[in-house]
Design a binder for this molecule. Sequence first.
Ligand SMILES: [Zn+2]
Length: 794
Amino acid sequence: MTGLLCLTIGAQAQVKKGGTYPISPVPFTAVKVTDTFWGQRLKASREVTIPLAFSKCEETGRYDNFVKAAHPSENYKVGGLSFDDTDVYKTIEGASYSMQTFPNKKLDKYIDSVLTIVAAAQEPDGYLYTSRTMNPKHPHEWSGSKRWEKEEDLSHELYDLGHMIEGAIAHFQATGKRNFLNIAIKYADCAVREIGDKPGQVRVVPGHQIAEMALSKLYVVTGNQKYLDLAKYFLDNKGKTENKSEYSQAHKPVIEQDEAVGHAVRAAYMYSGMADVAALTGDKNYINAIDNIWSNIVNKKLYITGGIGATSHGEAFGKNYELPNMSAYCETCAAIGNVYLNYRLFLLHGEGKYYDVLERTLYNGLISGVSLDGGGFFYPNPLESIGQHQRQPWFGCACCPSNIARFIPSVPGYIYAVHNSDVYVNLFMANHSDIKVNGKTVELKQSTNYPWDGTIKIEVAPKSKQNLNLKIRIPGWVTGQVVPGNLYSYSDKKTLGYTIKVNGKEVDSKVDKGYFAINRAWKKGDVVEVHFDMEPRTVKAHPLVQDDQGKVAIERGPIVYCAEWPDNDFSVLNVVLNKKPSFTVERKADLLYGINEIKTDAQIMSYDAQGRIVPKDVKLTLIPYYAWAHRGSGEMAVWLPNELRATRPVMPPSLGSESKINASHVTKALSAISDGLLPKDENDHTSPYYHWWPKEGTTEWISYDFPTEKTVSRSTVYWFDDAPWGGCRVPQSWSVYYKDKNGEWKPVENPSKYGTEKGLGNDVTFKAVTTKALKLEVKLPEKNAAGIFEWEVE
Ligand SMILES: [Zn+2]
């Protein structure tokens, strides 16, 4: 996003003709963050995430790929993913941002050494794609036999180019050195030469977008029109080449699109690229299309955490209002893409509503993607868990960690923006900054404990008396609008207020497009005090969001809360909130790097031995959603029932729930098979389940060790099957075993049919056995895994 910084810097410095965004970002280099909340995140990024990402690039052979490409051989086996090169570029990008505010000679040198091996891997005509170059006869299986052939499928050659340009420009800005920029220009020139409609050229568009944003930026930095032309070519030819899939947003011409569909990261990057090209070319058609798409997202496809991309099937947007919680995909990269898009829409239109979405995403569904210490990452960011989710130090597909490495250091660049004498204060975090307004530098200093309290002091210090229109964003959460549109609304009857004072005196102004404007001649020593009321609020979702019905989410200020297991000595998935809950807020300075904890009265429901529902009063504790999954794995929920229809009473004990479960692959999710929660139908992917993915074709098992010897004659299995996109199918075959007196597994006798119906209980009866343990032996399908919602035994 700092990219946009280059859009403006470059625009002033080099681009004579052509447009740019009406509103100019204030680059993060002009902003020094002194904030506790963000200061800690920036430090973790600098000291942990970026060094970790570099060391992973080394350890996982990503550097070796460049070394091999410099000396190709038919003996190299090309492994990994076809876009592994990008993790190197993305980490250099993040490190570059970081070095601009925290100069680091050692890091600078290290990056130069990496760039030496990157440069050596570049083919003489500029092409740089190690997955092919290291062994052109037997390239990566996704690469195709010649250049660009599989670009719209899975080769990611242009995705590599895009991230290379983004990284190279950041590096150029940070160091003034051209060693990375020259590599990127050479590869971009290769793409410009080889792609297009002229004779000898290949007609192809990016399979995974990002080159559109990157080439726009390269145009601004170099002033060379051909890069902007290629970016526009990519957009204008979407849907007009061989690939017409929704997955890649190629189902129709981009200017005709009005619904967010397909792979969410690709989509958000493409919409952002459309904003960039629109700003630079003045093409209104792109703007109309992204305005419509944005409206579709905020009204129908946005999680309350700001996450986008509901389904793991194709890492994609779901249908309108399809927002499941436990299976929510909400890829970290997609949250970053959502920030990119809303930022650009703000720069185009100057309305605070885009920042309402941006702020919600930033404080919730984006930073949840990285642990507080900077060393653990989520790929999906679900809104509910039974303990099957944990942050990991890295992934084989490392897009999310390396995206976090490049995004977090750029956060200070999102605080302010300028347009003529308008100075936008968009985010609230303690900082000192020097902002250029009408050619003069104005010093702004914010002090605040945001997001924990709503008081913000802004000291305004122009060099000499200066007219400024200070535009302070009044967040939607203050004015009673959860997000723009009607997807979410506050369900309590509270009204929050705000006050704004200049030099101790309250000032009044109409809020226009989300901003409170103070237009006056400012002088050194002027102080603005902003106060937003901050209270816990309950939010409900639109009636068409099935998964949130009868439930509310709790938030305070910009922070969305969740209930997590370590703070509650009962199952947070069985809780029901009071109809009129009251909340207490307590500062916990030592918990999770300092949070405000919320408590409220609630009940848990359970069945007693007679099958009656018995309520019990409990005190429910909530923590910020971003801070979950730091204390081991277990239950978590953002949406909590406040109506009976949504409750899940604790099921009466069953033989399964009283047994010790073991399996050929042990995970926390094992408890799902005896939790009494059955799938709604054969397409249910949201009830808790256990699976053997990514195993394929093997024989697996799962067993119940009964508390005492039992006589059993029936076993019922609900199979999990997430065809066509997921990795699980019903099994090839299965059978039930019991443990005999000698402790040996024996097949049960006279079994009825071993069924594999989806969504139903597959009952098998057999000759009664008295035993201490029962086992399922499951033969996985040849090319898939299998999974189980529930296994009942009688
Ligand atoms: Zn990702």
